[in-house]
Design a protein around this ligand. Structure first.
Ligand code: ZN
Length: 226
């Protein structure tokens, strides 16, 4: 395959040099001995380079591009091309996406494998947000005593410096750890994400305050806060 150097880099890096066939995981970079490393990965066309090749329509050839390529071990490259009807383009694209997503998520420095560790990580940020809101938010003792108190200024600054970035980080982590949540718990997560995104929007573009869904207490409980 005559992929550009850029597309080759993207293809190999995105799947960490592993075969994208489901449950294969073959490491396509083989270190034999010092100074002797071979690459066994094959950059397979999903739609063949020849119009009459696998998955092509008989008229047009598939492009030499990252989008049309998938990294496979030699065995699986042979298999998908010998049986193209059982390995359609959409299926191969789905494998490729799954492997790339797997690599991306696993290399996230904040990746954890269980809900307990996830809660530990998130709770530090959540606690900071809740504490800032309690001390300086519009419903804080200070603000309700005197709406023009310095608390309201501090609230504006703290929102931008801590709450918005913390929320962004939490939302990002939630999206990268969707598998840790049951369907019913995910509904609570979605409520939090909706709150966080509208809250941020409201920080930059004043909206009718009632348009921002309140922080869902159910989310704090789900994260193990009492
Ligand atoms: Zn393979």
């Amino acid at each position: 395959m005559a992929l550009s150097l850029k597309d080759i880099k993207i293809l190999w890096a995105s799947c960490a040099g592993r075969c994208s066939y489901p449950d294969c995981g073959f490491d396509c970079i083989v270190h034999l001995e010092e100074g002797n490393t071979v690459t066994l990965g094959e950059m397979a066309h999903m739609i063949a380079a020849s119009p009459k090749g696998p998955r092509a329509d008989g008229k047009c050839r598939g492009p030499d591009s990252y989008e049309n390529a998938v990294l496979l071990c030699p065995t699986h490259h042979t298999l998908v091309d010998k049986a193209p009807s059982t390995h359609p383009v959409e299926l191969m694209q789905a494998w490729k996406r799954a492997v790339e997503e797997y690599v991306k998520v696993r290399l996230d420095p904040h990746h954890v494998d269980n809900l307990e560790d996830f809660r530990l990580h998130i709770n530090k940020l959540l606690t900071q947000n809740i504490s800032i809101h309690r001390s300086f938010g519009p419903e804080s003792e200070e603000a309700s005593r005197n709406p023009l108190s310095p608390a309201s200024k501090i609230w504006v600054l703290r929102k931008l410096a801590f709450i918005v970035p913390n929320n962004r980080h939490i939302v990002n982590c939630l999206n990268n750890h969707e598998k840790l949540f049951s369907v019913s718990d995910w509904e609570v997560v979605v409520e939090f994400i909706e709150h966080a995104e509208t809250f941020e929007l409201n920080c930059f573009e004043r909206m009718d305050g009632s348009a921002v869904p309140r922080f869902p207490k159910r989310f704090a409980i789900l994260m193990g806060q009492t």
